[in-house]
Ligand binder design. Structure first.
Ligand code: 3Y8
Ligand code: NAP
Length: 251
């Protein structure tokens, strides 16, 4: 059965490894092409946007895809909206591989905001030393709060976007570990962390390190992310795919 995996996450990479050796499925992984050198994947990979919902429908039909798995990041809301619309239009089954958000633990000091603009505002007027861990795409938002010193972690260097004046770039790719995150925040004398609620393990270390150091975390809420049939792990995804395969083959 021909399958399209919308990827770009740890779970998608894990699912790709599981499907690569499984002769029941002929799967392709899809990336947006956000990073200049994405990690090698275990499946044949296509890179780049589809060209909106219509482009995705055309791809699904041209490639004779029989089932789609949305394994994109919790903040990739537009891709998920397009996947739901395109699968409905093409009459294809869609599973959405979701990831539970992080929840506050004893000792956490989270300040919840609804979006990146509110995160920049809540930092306040007094200059602070901010660990910005939300990547490159929304970095320009913090140019509106130039009084702070930002340590910004991203994968590729920004290309010409408007940037805050006091900016130190840290190019690094997750996953990260607790000891390194704690040492980094201490050495950089960070006094507040700005984060998305990515969930999962690969980048939780910064949240645990902030708790250990008694630092506040400005936590940007997840966007509404449309979904098809919800699955919670790569294994559950493979079970769903086999169920679809059997029903299509009448077995
Ligand atoms: C291109 C594929 C794997 C997947 C690794 C996960 C874990 C590390 C957490 C921090 C937070 C951040 C960022 C992050 C995480 C995993 C996972 C995850 C956050 C890669 C990848 C692609 C991307 C796109 C990139 C965004 C950026 C966001 C960096 C590959 C590594 C900050 C999100 O420069 C840019 O334009 C980067 C853009 C979207 C958010 C942003 O707005 O800048 N991810 N990340 C995917 C594609 O082209 O389709 O390059 O190999 C995948 C991973 N990113 O295989 O192990 O699964 O969540 N990615 C956030 O959570 O805030 C890092 O530094 O503490
Ligand atoms: P997004 O805002 O939801 O989507 C914007 C557009 O990017 C989509 O309409 C689509 O373009 C294209 N696109 C997104 N994901 C794609 C994929 N897997 N394959 C092909 N095209 C894709 O997406 P985003 O938040 O920029 O995320 C882009 C990628 O980075 C995704 O793979 C996501 O899993 C990964 N990622 C994102 C974050 C994050 O913080 N947002 C974190 C980690 C990983 P067209 O309309 O042209 O089809």
């Amino acid at each position: 059965m021909r399958v399209l995996i919308l990827g770009g996450t740890t779970e998608a990479a894990s699912l790709a490894r599981q499907l690569a050796g499984d002769t029941r499925f002929e799967a392709t992984l899809s990336l947006a092409g956000r990073t200049s050198a994405p990690a090698a994947q275990a499946l044949p990979t296509r890179i780049g946007g589809f060209g909106g919902v219509d482009g995705l429908v055309r791809y699904l039909e041209a490639e004779k895809i029989e089932a789609v798995v949305d394994a994109t990041h919790p903040y990739a809301a537009q891709m998920s909206a397009h996947a739901v619309a395109a699968c409905r239009q093409a009459g294809l089954p869609l599973a959405s591989l979701t990831r539970a958000p992080w929840t506050e633990q004893a000792g956490d000091c989270w300040q919840h905001v609804s979006n990146t603009e509110s995160a920049a505002m809540i930092l306040g007027d007094t200059p602070r030393r901010v660990f910005l861990t939300i990547g490159r795409q929304e970095l320009p938002v913090f140019a509106a709060a130039p009084q702070h010193r930002y340590l910004a972690r991203l994968i590729d260097a920004p290309k010409g976007e408007r940037l805050p004046p006091q900016l130190v770039l840290l190019q690094a790719r997750g996953p990260f570990d607790l000891a390194a995150e704690t040492a980094l925040m201490r050495d950089e004398r960070i006094d507040v962390v700005v984060s998305k609620n990515a969930g999962g393990g690969p980048t939780y270390a910064k949240i645990a390190a902030a708790r250990a150091l008694g630092l506040p975390v400005v936590m940007i809420a997840r966007p509404d992310k449309p979904a098809g049939h919800i699955v919670n792990s790569p294994n559950e995804t493979v079970q769903w795919l086999d169920h679809v395969r059997r029903s299509l083959r009448g077995v």
